[in-house]
Design a protein around this ligand. Structure first.
Ligand SMILES: Nc1ncnc2c1ncn2[C@@H]1O[C@H](COP(=O)(O)OP(=O)(O)OP(=O)(O)O)[C@@H](O)[C@H]1O
Length: 286
């Protein structure tokens, strides 16, 4: 079932076009949003989260139109949003911060609000940190607290803007497990620079470049973009698009086959790099 439909969405900041005619449909499960710096990912997520109004085009969340003030409230009730820099008050305790956000989210019944705060603390595995001040939490715990505030009110659309940035491998794994659980019955849109996150978590992936959607499909299809274009060579290639030396001392080459090289199975990262190469060429040609 489609949760979010975006049609012809455009957004400019002065003379800079951040989003250009974006079309998108997103349903239940985890969808990854990949793209280089400045691709327009955060702008798209902010528009979906109703934090920013687009210049043209339309958004529907469960059929509700955030451009219509009365429907915007309905959209907000259904959305949980973890921005890139959530700005969590450092002197609040974990519990008090969530209680405060719950009040802002119109949870006025004290008993129900307490139960909801405890539920989300449990969901992100922070129950034992309820009385800890935000400033004393580790980076990973802070991100989980950010996730907890997004989950208050049990929204069915959860928007996460680069939530795994700066996390160590253990915290990232824990975060992945949480996101995957959340995505079992909700629609999760996850912006990331990590192709590993996409491979591990996402049923679908959207790639943006220069404010446009340049790919939509599943992770295997993204890897498939580099089919027949990835090689392992004993020698550094001449004039190839991209290559690096791997841990076995072989050169992994994306592009034309170097003489004597063997074909390698493309990864999601290979497909992504291949796609960005093409998108960059198309942009320069426009
Ligand atoms: N408030 C703003 N005012 C002016 N320009 C902005 C603003 N926000 C974003 N931009 C510009 O719009 C473009 C898209 O930015 P956006 O943050 O949406 O990209 P992104 O894909 O999320 O990048 P990153 O991965 O670095 O977060 C960039 O060129 C950025 O500099």
């Amino acid at each position: 079932m489609t949760t979010v439909t975006v049609r012809g969405l455009s957004k400019r900041y002065g003379s800079l076009t951040a989003l250009e005619a974006v079309d998108l449909e997103i349903g239940v499960g985890v969808t990854g949003l990949l793209g280089p710096n400045g691709a327009g990912k955060s702008t798209l997520l902010r528009c979906l989260a109703t934090a920013l109004g687009p210049d043209s085009g339309s958004i529907r969340v469960h059929g509700f139109d955030p451009a219509v003030p009365a429907q915007r409230t309905e959209v907000r009730r259904r959305i949980g949003y973890l921005p890139q820099n959530p700005g969590l008050y450092p002197n609040f305790t974990t519990y008090d911060l969530l209680d405060y956000v719950a009040v802002l989210k119109e949870m006025t019944d004290t008993r129900q609000r307490r139960a909801e705060v405890r539920r989300v603390l449990d969901e992100v595995e922070l129950t034992d940190r309820a009385k800890t001040k935000v400033r004393k939490l580790s980076g990973g715990m802070r991100q989980r607290l950010g996730l907890a505030q997004a989950l208050l009110g049990d929204p069915d659309l959860v928007i996460l803007d680069e939530p795994t940035v700066g996390l160590d491998p253990e915290q990232r794994m824990l975060f992945r497990a949480l996101i995957s659980r959340i995505g079992e019955r909700r629609t999760v849109l996850l912006s990331t620079h990590q192709t590993e996150d996409v491979g591990a978590l996402c049923e679908r992936v959207v790639v943006m470049s220069g404010g446009r959607v340049v790919f939509e499909g599943n992770p295997r299809e993204l890897a498939g973009v580099a089919d027949g274009q990835v090689w392992l060579s004993g020698n550094p290639p001449e004039g190839s698009a991209a290559y690096w030396r791997n841990a076995d001392g072989l050169y992994r080459v994306i592009g034309q086959r170097p003489e004597g090289a063997e074909a390698a199975r493309p990864s999601i990262e290979d497909g992504y790099l291949m796609l960005l190469g093409r998108a960059t060429i198309a942009e320069v040609a426009r």
